[in-house]
Design a protein around this ligand. Sequence first.
Ligand SMILES: [Zn+2]
Length: 282
Amino acid sequence: MKKYLLTLTFVFLGACASSGPKHLAPTDGVKVGESSSLRNLVPASQLEQTAARQYQDMKRQAANKNGLAPDNNPQVIRLRAIAKKILPYAQVWNPDAQNWKWEINLFVSEEVNAFCMPGGKIAFYTGILERLKLNDDEVATVMGHEVAHALREHARDRLAKSQLGNLGANVLSQALGLGSLGSQAINQGVQLVGLSFSRADEKDADLVGMDLAARAGYDPRAGVSLWQKMGQLSKERPAEWLSTHPSGESRIYEIQRNLFDVLPLYAKAKNTTVDQLPDYKP
Ligand SMILES: [Zn+2]
């Protein structure tokens, strides 16, 4: 009976959720499915406010320890220049992104890490730039990947699903108070930094990230060299980003397999054709 109620609730919630806004994928570039409509159970505005608050806290705490790179730091200037080329394409994947208050900051830390929180709060750690000696194409690949998690609302989706999983016996009565359902997920003190995603969401972020970077004029073939460097690093020491982003042959294989969809975007950004593109040199 309990199982039946749960199934019924999922169907009911699914119907409610699917009435939310749809993200239409572009007709060119990578082919990925629609974002899960279950995510609509968690209010985006509330999630974005929580993310903004956590991001500001992180910045303040880092600044107190001289751990926030200043605006005139060359790497900050570089990251923001790359973001400036990528972010105009964000709304191709999520029209709401045009209202986001994007921020790009660099944290001084050995950690090999980067993230983008819901609502467009981007962070890189000096560790990922320095230890992997990332070129601009590789930085754009990491940034595109993280921005894709935010645009495709993977955190929102994950919270909705974990909340549904916690429902238990009182499913139907709780489901009727839908508004409070999503808020509950956020109010339970969710930590948005270091959230790990499903394998499917990781693949989605890899592909949408490549698409964004290519549209912005960054070589999508950098995805291969990036993950090779990551794989190499993981043999030497544990890296924070790798704990939530397992490297490996299957990841590189998927990137290579989808290059055909994004190389035309890159060639177009460079005013040339795929045939005329020079070889990629990592
Ligand atoms: Zn990821």
